[in-house]
Design a protein around this ligand. Structure first.
Ligand code: UD1
Length: 376
């Protein structure tokens, strides 16, 4: 490494994750990074519910983590602080040569900070994503993590270009999106929908798959109410897999039924990609689902004002419907369902070719080789 980092070149690579989508991405990274050297997988425990988290270990056959920090939920400060302390203690004991963090959650932020403060170099996977909202929890996390990381792995060249102009002292690489690696590998194992909880076989492919989980939407009763009203008047039945935060908010909102919407628990990853694959349209505020719909050629309505994944909108596969305009959802769904395109006429190559994790491993192998020869 070119930095003044204190850790040696011989320790393990520490791979940190803690939320549902991170478990999934970490599974592929863990496998590919093993070609570079020993990898230690650390789950912070930010997510802990069976339906939200554990099911992914079981469904994907993901190996148990080597360590779990068991931090659980809390306010942003409490949760970030708990991960920071627990991660610092863990790092002090294990002295990895590199800390790999993924995405933009409180786990990403806290593990990156704990590492860099102990002079352990940080590599950020899914670096550089922005929407220009400095008060959004994930955007704060991304900005800070990109600023302290020594290696920035961007999902596409557009993002890598922006990062290079901001962080001249970091190594920036456009490697593609690890989420695509995971999707390509998992798709053959995605089940038929008949057995998926909450799905009604009478729907065939004429249904909408929806997820909502972001605090900005779910914790704002007026916005959530508008979106639920819009989904309730959807021309197609709608299966809403509700994050625990969403389920609690819907209960507080007090609407016992939501017209055409059937609310279920969060579904496992394989069920989720099966639902995307077979849906007429997807409605979501999740970055992961926006890309999965894009790759699978299924039109998506994103209930946000903006998206980090602008290429999905530019190609016509994704349409932004701000929550305040929830009344537009029925028309957006009808339009999307007419455009369902199976394999998709749009170019699906914006975020690489499904080999991002291998590229990341290749970059790390080169860096470690360089560091080893310069320390001889
Ligand atoms: C987090 C990430 C978000 C990511 C999402 C993936 C942050 C700031 N946000 O959001 O970027 O898209 O994970 O799913 O890190 N809860 C449970 N069971 C659990 C975990 C959480 O019931 O296993 C409830 C708790 O009431 C908790 C709330 O969900 O307070 C929010 O959880 P939290 O981890 O703070 O953030 P997410 O909304 O899940």
């Amino acid at each position: 490494m070119t930095s003044t980092a204190a850790s040696g070149v011989s320790g393990p690579i520490a791979l940190f994750f803690g939320t549902r989508p991170q478990v999934i991405k970490a599974s592929v990274l863990r496998e590919c990074l093993a070609a570079v050297g020993p990898v230690v997988a650390v789950d912070t425990g930010q997510h802990y519910d069976y339906a939200l988290h554990r099911v992914h270990y079981e469904q994907l056959g993901v190996r148990e983590p080597d360590a779990c920090l068991d931090v659980g939920s809390g306010s942003h400060a409490a949760q970030t602080g708990a991960i920071l302390s627990a991660c610092e203690a863990w790092l002090g004991q294990h002295r990895p040569r590199l800390a790999v963090v993924i995405g933009d959650t409180n786990s990403t932020l806290a593990c990156a900070l704990a590492a860099v403060k102990l002079a352990v170099p940080v590599a950020h996977v899914e670096a550089g994503m922005r929407v220009g909202d400095r008060y959004m929890a994930e955007e704060i996390n991304r900005r800070v993590v990109d600023a302290v990381a020594e290696l920035l792995f961007a999902p596409c060249e557009r993002v890598a270009h922006d990062l290079r102009s901001q962080f001249a002292d970091a190594q920036v690489e456009a490697v593609g999106d690890v989420a695509y690696d995971v999707l390509r590998r998992a798709l053959p194992r995605a089940p038929r929908l008949d057995g998926v909880e909450g799905y009604d076989p009478a729907w065939g492919r004429e249904f909408v798959y929806a997820t909502l989980h972001r605090a900005e939407l779910v914790d704002a009763p007026a916005r959530l109410g508008r979106v639920m009203e819009g989904l309730g008047r959807s021309p197609l039945p709608c299966l809403l897999a509700a994050h625990p935060r969403t389920a609690a908010a819907l209960k507080r909102l007090g609407c016992a039924s939501h017209g055409n919407v059937r609310v279920t628990e969060p579904v496992g990853y394989l069920d989720s990609i099966a639902l995307v694959r077979d849906a007429a349209a997807v409605v979501t505020d999740s970055g992961g689902l926006q890309r999965e719909a894009y790759w699978l050629g299924v039109p998506c309505g994103t209930v946000r004002r903006e998206t980090e994944w602008v290429e999905t909108v530019e190609c016509g596969g994704n349409r932004l419907v701000p929550p305040e305009q929830g009344a537009d959802l029925p028309a957006a769904i009808a339009q999307a369902a007419r455009r369902r395109v199976g394999e998709g006429p749009w170019n699906r190559g914006a975020y690489g070719d499904g080999h991002a994790a291998e590229r990341i491993a290749g970059v790390l192998a080169q860096r470690f080789q360089g560091a080893a020869s310069s320390s001889r």
